[in-house]
Design a protein around this ligand. Structure first.
Ligand code: NDP
Length: 247
């Protein structure tokens, strides 16, 4: 069966676990060759690759810490070397260090900025060198980049708000080349970063209209749509997939 991303190549940063792994599997199922980066989880990244290959898809894993600009640039070049092109960049690698603002150190703030914002800058600039008309830059921002319902997220939500405006501003620069830039904003999604079990989850679940955490595949489905040909007139948009948390 023909897939809507047949012949395309995608790079997903932070694709060894959680939302990024689900996006990688979904884009591969739609026909794209996919590269995933990871920082520490070589085994997890390799099992994502094997699962995609078992399903008849093409995938590679690349170690590249999002905080290391040379590694991120090299990951883009390795993706192009492997698949001969780059059509879709999903800036998914991200981290949070939840704690009260007045206890947050400057080093922690720098770490969150380095991964969530600086990493996005470097990967996107490197990827745009290879993207042609029809290219897709997709950010994984956050619903807390627009509205914050809980304490302890000052640096994290600051970076996700930055990602939102970064996407909107970049959409204005690359639109004339036929490249779209969109920001997918998940709400509470059950992953190791934000497990659905535990005290921290209770207020998040209660804040959703659907009264539940989301599944990684529910984010991947939106990313696959934005990556595909039917999303050709969507750019500069912030697309929230949050069970109604920000309603
Ligand atoms: P997880 O912690 O479950 O997975 C993170 C993934 O990113 C892993 O593959 C991890 O690989 C990789 N990663 C982490 N740090 C780095 C780094 N420095 N360089 C390269 N890769 C890295 O997170 P989620 O799947 O929950 O989150 C993915 C994205 O979605 C993030 O941007 C997050 O902010 C965003 N998001 C998540 C929400 C949620 O509720 N889960 C809600 C809103 C947004 P490794 O193990 O090798 O480090």
């Amino acid at each position: 069966m023909a897939g809507k991303l047949d012949g395309k190549a995608a790079l997903i940063t932070g694709g060894s676990r959680g939302i990024g792994a689900a996006i990688a599997k979904r884009l591969a199922a739609d026909g794209a060759g996919v590269a995933v980066t990871y920082s520490k989880g070589a085994d997890a990244a390799s099992s994502v690759v094997k699962e995609i290959e078992r399903g008849g898809g093409r995938a590679i894993a690349i170690q590249a810490d999002a905080a290391d600009p040379d590694a991120v640039k090299a990951a883009v070049e390795k993706t192009v070397a492997a698949f001969g092109r780059l059509d879709v960049l999903v800036n998914n690698a991200g981290t949070a260090i939840p704690k009260p603002f007045e206890e947050t150190t400057l080093e922690e703030m720098d770490r969150v900025i380095d991964i969530n914002v600086r990493g996005v800058f470097v990967a996107t600039q490197a990827a745009l060198k290879h993207m042609k008309s029809g290219g897709r830059v997709i950010m994984i921002g956050s619903a807390v980049g627009e509205r914050v319902l809980a304490p302890g997220l000052v640096p994290y939500s600051g970076t996700k708000g930055a990602v939102k405006m970064f996407s909107q501003a970049l959409a204005r620069e690359v639109g004339s080349r036929g490249i779209t830039v969109n920001n997918v904003q998940p709400g509470p999604i059950d992953t190791e970063l934000n497990p659905a079990a535990g005290d921290w989850a209770v207020p998040q679940k209660a804040a959703t209209a659907l009264d539940r955490y989301g599944h990684v595949d529910e984010v991947a489905a939106l990313v696959a749509f934005v990556a595909g040909p039917e999303a050709s007139y969507i750019t500069g948009a912030n697309l929230t997939v949050d069970g109604g948390m920000n309603a």
